[in-house]
Design a protein around this ligand. Structure first.
Ligand SMILES: NC(=O)c1ccc[n+]([C@@H]2O[C@H](COP(=O)([O-])OP(=O)(O)OC[C@H]3O[C@@H](n4cnc5c(N)ncnc54)[C@H](OP(=O)(O)O)[C@@H]3O)[C@@H](O)[C@H]2O)c1
Length: 276
């Protein structure tokens, strides 16, 4: 199945990506290569995941040309100073065996960081052709606003936790108004949405799975992409098939009525999420 794209700020990103957090070793290489064989064209990694070399092996072995793949990596929060960021990017490219990334994200904002300096280093990397697009992750609206309106950085994406149990209304409103894609991480609430009483009912009606309902809900949204991690072939196939699922108004109403305050990724260094 052809994956639809979502676009912003000159960037075109396949709406479905393969998340790779916690994939490691040969099983990571196998999962990424299989996903590419199945039709995935968007892979999400990070220096912190420790699997860029395995993904690099999969990319080198794949029969899909590099320019047909959308590849994202992220700089860890200890490497946000310009020199450190530039070295971290070079190291990621070496491990991934690539000349460029499609998207490079600041993985987490760091308390006391010099955001202008970090984004300046990313803009220089972009001018040098090492990255195609610049983005951030885990940025609440206040920080997005600083990046876009104060610093003037061409932010193409904010990757945040987003699923049927966690709303992101303010981030989405800001992103849509400023031509930014919201990439939904943990779109299956870290696997919890494999089963869920409300999603199960909707799934039974459409003869699909609860996980596919959760993904279809995200895919239906303007300016939103999703990057479920799936090691198993069945999950990878099911998530691709979710691109074709159309939920009806009744389904959307049932999902809208679910609590939207369940955040599962919230480390001690996380920013104040509601900062506007
Ligand atoms: N920017 C950030 O700070 C940040 C934070 C967290 C995550 N992320 C990114 O987002 C990606 C996704 O998040 P996540 O891995 O934490 O959680 P997730 O994608 O919400 O859930 C992954 C779990 O769901 C299972 N699964 C996948 N497809 C399924 C299906 N169709 N039916 C049933 N179960 C299914 C997977 O099982 P199998 O693997 O066994 O198939 C795995 O156990 C990460 O891998 C990473 O790339 C980014």
């Amino acid at each position: 199945m052809n994956c639809p794209n979502v676009g912003a700020n000159g960037m075109t990103m396949p709406k479905l990506g393969l998340g790779t957090w916690k994939l490691s070793g040969a099983s990571c290489t196998d999962a990424v290569r299989r996903a590419l064989d199945l039709g995935y064209r968007h892979i999400d990694t990070a220096e912190m995941y420790g699997n860029e070399a395995e993904i690099g092996t999969a990319l080198a072995q794949a029969s899909v040309a590099r320019d047909k793949i959308f590849l994202t990596s992220k700089v860890w929060l200890e490497h946000l100073a310009p020199d450190a960021l530039t070295s971290a990017l070079e190291a990621s490219l070496r491990r991934l065996r690539c000349d460029y990334l499609d998207l490079y994200l600041i993985h987490w904002p760091a308390p006391g960081m010099n955001l202008a300096a970090s984004l300046g280093a990313m803009m220089r990397a972009r001018a040098a052709g090492k990255i195609r697009h610049i983005g951030v992750s885990n940025f609440p609206v206040a920080l997005l606003r600083e990046a876009v309106e104060v610093i003037g950085a061409p932010i193409a994406c904010n990757q945040v936790e987003y699923h049927v149990l966690l709303g992101q209304r303010a981030v989405l409103e800001y992103a849509r108004a400023h031509d930014i894609v919201v990439s939904a991480y943990c779109p299956l609430a870290q696997g919890r949405l494999g089963e869920h009483p409300v999603l199960d009912q909707i799934a039974a009606k459409h003869q699909i799975s609860a996980a596919q309902v959760a993904l279809a809900w995200l895919f239906a949204q303007e300016s939103v992409a999703a990057i479920p991690k799936a090691a198993r072939a069945e999950s990878q196939q099911a998530n691709l098939a979710a691109l074709a699922v159309r939920l009806d108004a009744q389904d959307h109403a049932a999902i809208a009525a679910l609590p939207k305050n369940q955040r599962f990724v919230n480390p001690g260094f996380a920013p104040p999420w509601d900062a506007a």
